[in-house]
Design a protein around this ligand. Sequence first.
Ligand code: SAM
Length: 269
Amino acid sequence: MQDSAPSRAKRSLGQNFLVDHNIQRKIVDALGASDMDEVLEIGPGKGALTRHLAGTVRRLTLVELDDILAANLQERFAEHSDIRVLHADVLDVDLGGLFDDLGDVLVIGNIPYNITTPIIFRLLQRPRPRDVVLMVQAEVAERMTAAVGTKGYGALSVGIRTVARVQRLFKVGRGAFRPVPKVESALVRITPRLPEPLCPEEEVRVRKLVRATFQWRRKQLRKILRDHPSLSLDVGRVDAILEDLGIPPEVRPENLTPESFVALSEALG
Ligand code: SAM
């Protein structure tokens, strides 16, 4: 079964509505929420996923930026005390302040592709939700899950995997959306690691190291650590640390595992 084609989708808001009911249900099933769970849906739009969640979970919070779609959802769920609709930009919302304990919350969304990375890193700021299921561009899903040393492996892969586990669940073809997007999509699950693998200060340091090294991904690690303006480390110290960790100085960032980035960051202090 399919929904009818929506009118006036806004490209600026990344509106590609999911019209295939089987896929809608499959996505909601992948979240695995029970009637004990609190769920946050990002970008509910016309309610493609919402319709399968409403009434099945303890509490549902919808965050939608589009004026008309948010107003429609507010009207549609006005009588539902277990559903709240926020007309807001998800990137501006204080997620920690929205819930008693964000660590208990499950997040779902067929999100706008132009802000996929900011949304993911927003969700991975502390406090973090319990689990996240998102529809992203297939190519982004590949980068998130890319093996070390492959073309897709980069700052996104490492940034996410130092604090969470990522799984690519299944692909969704372009025909499941209206309007039909130019690219294929995939559903991913991002599960923040518990206990927290890094302290907050360490997280900031790792992020800085990862960002700087991948800006110069073709260069050798030793040279990046020495020459990158945001690192500028003493070469003698760099050599000693790399030797200590058993990391060859000529290695390129794309060949360093997330664990090695963490170990290197910790050693650099
Ligand atoms: N979930 C619906 C579906 O599957 O059909 C809509 C998906 S559409 C790809 C993305 C939705 O996110 C749109 O409804 C859009 O208006 C909304 N949106 C775009 N930017 C947003 C933002 N910054 N914060 C919250 N919602 C946003």
